[in-house]
Design a protein around this ligand. Structure first.
Ligand code: IMP
Ligand code: ZN
Length: 382
């Protein structure tokens, strides 16, 4: 530990080192280049999958371009074997990035070789297999796509509820996602999910749609995804904002996703600023780390850098994320325990060392990782 204490650490390394909590990650949007190759994707489709990150300077980006990319991953995960490989790779990536708790979400699909039920079984099996191997706590949220018609969505819900009863420790919630310009929020469907004991996380206000936002807020999900156009300064209505302030629903913020898709112009203009200023609940998330070539550390770093957040405040956001998670009370206690241990046993000095003015983009310091051996804590955790 001695050389860790004497080292000056950059914000970037600080964000890599601390244990992180991820609450909003789509499986098929989170695939890295290597796994896409292993799944049989050629170079052209891999660069297509990641092309949004190469056109960052384009002035008129839009969400439509983003939704054309997911079929590349969907084509690569059509069999149980490939879906299993993809899930394992995503869990491994998050683990490598020092994520200690991951809520992965995915849309059950039926394919020639697999039913929706088998899709869920495959992902659950992989999560269970990875549990002891990678020492990361993973929960599953199952998504309904906005393009699904009522019958299809009802069919998905029935299967999701059945699978939740079979795997109550893994399957925790349900999500509404997909192209925000298509379809609508069906409160009856999500009410049934809630009655069945599923937590709800709804993609909300990715584009201006005050009528739908009102419906979602009236329903009162456990968490909201994005919520870009909710605050009146970001095209939301005052009525909805007032309603939001009464409910204070935690918001999953995905900065890079919003900037790359063009729903937010620049990092420093992200609505997370309002949430920070008003001490409203939020978490820092990746959304689609493969498509947007990001990871949790980079997202934490963007928040620190663009909003002048101190290490202690960032760490506090992490505690808040645990509170907002769909983990059980016992699991939350254990996660907090891990955060506390890292804070007091390993990082005590780092808090006094990291300062915004010291920001520099140093390469990763491998020795620093070796010094910060989290293994003993994980032995206690499981
Ligand atoms: P999957 O559910 O594992 O197949 O992950 C990819 C899917 O997540 C996409 O097809 C979309 O339905 C959904 N998704 C990913 N990113 C976003 C987003 O930013 N907004 C809404 N839906 C999204
Ligand atoms: Zn999302």
């Amino acid at each position: 530990m001695s050389n860790l204490k004497s080292k000056k650490i950059s914000i970037s390394n600080f964000c890599k080192l601390i244990p992180k909590i991820e609450l909003h990650a789509h499986l098929n949007g989170s695939l890295n280049e290597d796994i896409l190759k292993q799944l049989g994707c050629d170079e052209t489709s891999i660069s297509e999958y990641q092309k949004l990150t190469e056109i960052l300077n384009k002035t008129s980006r839009n969400l439509d371009e983003c939704f054309h990319l997911f079929p590349i991953a969907h084509n690569a995960t059509k069999t149980k074997e490939k879906l299993y490989m993809a899930t394992k790779s995503v869990i491994k990536d998050f683990k490598k990035d020092n994520t200690i708790y991951l809520e992965l979400r995915t849309t059950p699909r039926s394919e020639e070789d697999m039913s929706k039920e088998e899709y869920i079984e495959t992902v659950v099996k992989c999560i269970n297999d990875c549990k002891s191997k990678y020492k990361i706590l993973v929960k599953l949220i199952l998504s309904i796509n906005r393009r699904q018609d009522d019958n299809n969505a009802e069919e998905s819900l029935k299967i999701i509820i059945k699978m939740k009863e079979k795997y109550p420790d893994i399957i925790k919630g349900i999500d509404l996602s997909g192209d925000p310009k298509v379809g609508t929020f069906n409160e009856n469907l999500f009410e049934k999910a809630r009655i069945a004991g599923l937590k709800t996380s709804i993609h909300c206000a990715e584009v201006k749609n005050n009528e739908e936002v009102k419906k979602i807020l009236d329903f009162g999900p456990d968490r909201l995804g994005h919520a870009v156009c909710l605050h009146p300064a970001y095209e939301g209505s005052q009525e909805n904002w007032d309603l939001y302030l009464q409910k204070k629903i935690p918001i999953e913020c995905c900065l890079t996703s919003n900037v790359i898709c063009g729903t937010v112009e620049r990092y420093e203009e992200h609505h997370i600023q309002e949430l920070i200023n008003l001490r409203l609940p939020f978490s820092i998330c990746t959304d689609d780390k493969g498509v947007f070539r990001t990871n949790s550390s980079k997202e934490y770093e963007h928040v620190m850098k663009h909003f002048k957040i101190s290490p202690t405040d960032l760490y506090q956001f992490n505690y808040n994320s645990v509170e907002q998670s769909f983990a059980s009370d016992e699991e939350k206690k254990r996660l907090i325990h891990v955060l506390n241990k890292v804070l007091y046993l390993f990082l005590g000095d780092i808090f006094s060392m990291v300062q915004i003015k010291d920001y520099c983009d140093e390469p990763v310091d491998e020795q620093l990782y070796r010094d910060l051996n989290l293994a003993p804590m994980w032995r206690e955790f499981y």
